[in-house]
Design a protein around this ligand. Structure first.
Ligand SMILES: Nc1nc2c(ncn2[C@@H]2O[C@H](COP(=O)(O)OP(=O)(O)O)[C@@H](O)[C@H]2O)c(=O)[nH]1
Ligand SMILES: [Mg+2]
Length: 594
């Protein structure tokens, strides 16, 4: 199926043409038929000579209903521009064309209607010239009459050729179905309709609805008036939602593949065309079927920041349109550059940001996002519309390889962090010589990292993580018998930590000078003197015990408090003196340095 939206001035014959092509009535409301004027969007479809189906979104041409028109064309990539032969180019011909151009619509056809009333030549020439200057470029033109049926076969053939030109939809993409209508069907509940531009929908699918806490579930699907178990893009679809009250959603809402979109109320965008320096401070942003008031903050010559009155599921690269509702004026198109831009708090931040934005073109770019964001979760990038190849394999670049969890990092920044971590650990060791390393959380704060797993991933030998601290390695390299002997020391002395094994016990354990040397180098034992060793992590405890004594304290008081012997106490206090934890006074008493 392909979907095409009509466009053109009121009374130029859009609805008549859709009716003539499809045999269906696009004006759905009694009021529309009574007034002979389209007010809201209409929907009709027909089979083309090739056997394919074309579905029309018929839009109102009256200037009062331009917002409805925009909701119709927003999600549709092709346009049927209608101009009356007898009236020619008119204000809403121009405004509709400006809207299509702003949205970057690149596929279209010109139908010059009411050709039975006037020579279609002049209207055709003018319209083709106007259209050629837009994103649509040169389009085929067909003169038709909705009254006599002249030109309709040619128009059908032209529609077939247009359908063949359209790019194939990406069926693997997530669903973002902009709702253009919602209503209640007795016995079924809430039904919404929209143009499915990418992806697939199935009965039973769970979808996300902005503002709803719980996913909504697809209870039924219709396309072209028939119930179906599945609909694949491109398609007009009607979705029956289970358990979702009608007042929960309407035009401008979007049904989404869960977890795949970032809802944002702050975007940085590039203005298309020649941007007006006098852009009003408040405008309406039209994207998909949504229309949201925005505050405009100029940044660069053609870039602005938009603050949306309500969040929308926007992606990098989205096309949207700014309109001044007061002046009935399409201010221009925008291309979304960033859906999660940084705050502009510091002085000069706006100018710096303008420079960054000058480099962006709205094409999602993994390397660039990593350079700018330095650290970001893969899931967050995907939700912004930046593809991250997740399957391990050939197309998974090194950039898409998480450094930890699902965190991606800019390679240069990550190398810088690894260097800073080493420095911080070394500095901490100098400042806290008695601690067995720097706490992981202190490092996380020092390096301003958002997640502990990042600290853990940055730790490389000879550093290691031990009981929540990052320090130098490690008993891991000890020869088996030495490691076993150290284990025995732990088991025997763990509960009287300031007692050292006697010399003959060390011999029994197989800890000769060489073995002790290895264990000390690995940080598994602490040597106080020849043949006097303690477990390495007892120094902090010793200081804590000594700090509990009346200050200053004597060697004998320390020995008793630590429940140890002179053989240990003397070199232990000397070590603490050297490390600056205690200080020896002239009378040989000591104090704990705080
Ligand atoms: N003679 C003639 N009248 C037409 C033709 N197309 C539309 N009309 C008439 O023009 C008026 C406006 O048509 P309509 O389809 O409602 O215009 P829309 O506002 O563009 O949808 C109606 O009275 C139609 O009957 C045509 O090809 N020939
Ligand atoms: Mg109409």
């Amino acid at each position: 199926m392909f979907v095409v939206a009509t466009a053109g001035h009121v009374d130029h014959g859009k609805s008549t043409l859709v009716r003539a092509l499809t045999g269906m009535e696009p004006d759905r409301w009694a009021e529309e038929r009574r007034r002979g004027m389209t007010i809201d969007l209409g929907f009709a479809w027909t089979t083309l000579p090739s056997g394919g189906t074309v579905a029309f979104v018929d839009v109102p041409g009256h200037e009062r209903f331009v917002p409805n028109m925009l909701a119709g064309v927003g999600p549709v990539p092709a346009a049927l521009i209608v101009v009356a032969a007898d009236e020619g180019w008119m204000p809403q011909s121009a405004e509709h064309l400006a809207a299509l151009d702003a949205l970057g619509v690149a596929y279209g056809l010109l139908a010059v209607t009411r050709a039975d009333l006037a020579d279609p030549g002049p209207a055709t020439a003018r319209a083709r010239a106007e259209i050629a200057a837009t994103s649509l470029g040169a389009v085929p033109a067909v003169a038709v009459s909705g009254l006599t049926g002249a030109g309709l076969p040619e128009l059908r053939a032209a529609l077939d050729r247009l359908a063949a030109d359209l790019p194939a939809p990406v069926l693997e993409d997530p669903v973002r179905l902009w709702v253009d209508r919602s209503f209640t069907v007795r016995g079924s509940g809430t039904v919404v309709t929209g143009t499915l531009g990418a992806g697939r929908l199935r009965v039973g699918d769970e979808l996300e609805l902005a503002g709803a806490d719980e996913p909504v579930r697809v209870r039924g699907l219709h396309s072209l008036g028939e119930a179906r178990p599945e609909a694949a893009a491109v398609a007009r679809v009607a979705v029956n939602l289970r358990g979702t009250p009608r007042d929960r959603l309407g035009r401008g809402d979007a049904l989404l593949t869960p977890g795949r979109f970032h809802h944002t109320d702050l975007v940085d965008v590039r203005l298309a065309g020649d941007p007006a320096a006098d852009l009003p401070a408040t405008l309406t942003l039209h994207v998909g079927s949504a229309a949201v008031p925005v505050r405009v903050r100029p940044l660069g010559p053609d870039t602005v920041r938009l603050r949306l009155a309500r969040p929308l599921p926007l992606l990098v690269g989205d096309r949207a349109l700014l309109r001044d509702p007061g002046r009935h004026h399409v201010s221009g198109g925008v291309r979304v550059l960033d859906v999660a831009p940084p705050p502009l708090a510091r002085r000069g931040a706006a100018a710096a940001r303008a420079q960054v934005l000058a480099e962006l073109d709205g094409r999602p770019d993994l390397a660039g996002e990593l350079r700018r964001r330095r650290l970001v979760r893969a899931g967050a990038l995907i939700r912004m519309g930046v593809p991250v190849p997740t399957a391990p394999g050939r197309d998974r670049t090194a950039l898409a390889q998480p450094v930890a969890g699902d965190w991606l990092a800019d390679p240069a920044y990550w190398r810088m962090l690894a260097g800073r971590l080493t420095e911080e650990v070394a500095r901490h060791a100098r400042e806290h010589p008695l601690e067995p390393g720097m706490p992981v959380d202190a490092l996380r704060q020092r390096l301003a990292l958002p997640d502990r797993v990042l600290v853990e991933a940055l730790v490389r030998p000879p550093l290691r993580i031990h009981s929540g601290r990052v320090g130098a390695a490690s008993t891991a390299a000890l020869p088996e018998p030495v490691a076993r002997a150290v284990q025995r020391v732990r088991a025997e002395y763990g509960d009287r930590p300031f007692r050292a094994p006697e010399a003959d016990r060390l011999v029994d354990l197989g800890l000769g000078p060489r073995e002790i040397g290895a264990a000390v180098r690995a940080g598994a034992l602490l040597r106080l003197a020849d043949n006097v060793v303690l477990l390495p992590d007892v120094l902090d405890d010793a200081v804590r015990v000594l700090a509990g004594l009346p200050q200053p304290f004597t060697l004998s008081a320390a020995r008793q408090a630590l429940d140890t012997t002179r053989r240990v106490a003397v070199p232990l206090l000397e070590l603490l003196d050297r490390r600056g934890a205690t200080r020896r006074l002239p009378d040989d008493a000591r104090i704990v340095v705080t």
